[in-house]
Design a protein. Structure first.
Length: 136
């Protein structure tokens, strides 16, 4: 069965966009601290603060989604069903892994086995992956 996203380009790009992804939202016990971690990891800046929420993204703006951290006292009890995949801009995965770990990320074992990428968690336990650089 073909993926619904694999429809021909004409049917996907007929000029009628109904919605676009603008934010990825994460609950956080400490939105300011988690936003600071992700700003350091991604080289982003705080774009907005509102009612305890913190929104981050590239300082110069872009067409992609931002990250929004919402205050929540609910504990994280299981693996996230959605996670972020990051890819180093440069060609040195080991150096980027060392940098991200020094910022407060921790290695995570989710049963992934021996893989070419690193599975990590942020300071609040949210999983993300650090992929290998694109050869090139």
């Amino acid at each position: 069965m073909a993926s619904p996203c694999a429809r021909d380009k004409a049917s996907r790009h007929d000029g009628h966009v109904t919605a676009r992804l603008t934010e990825l939202v994460l609950d956080a016990r400490d939105p300011e601290a988690l936003a600071a971690f992700w700003c350091e990891v991604l080289g982003w800046s705080v774009l907005d603060r509102y009612d305890g929420q913190v929104e981050i993204g590239p300082a110069g703006g872009w067409d992609g989604p931002t990250l929004v951290f919402l205050p929540s006292d609910d504990p994280k009890t299981q693996k996230l069903r959605l996670h972020l995949d990051l890819r180093p801009d440069g060609g040195d995965h080991a150096a980027e892994l060392e940098r991200v770990l020094s910022l407060g990320a921790r290695p995570a074992d989710l049963g992934q086995g021996d893989v070419a990428w690193a599975v990590l968690t942020d300071p609040e336990g949210n999983e993300f992956c650090l992929l290998q650089p694109v050869p090139g």
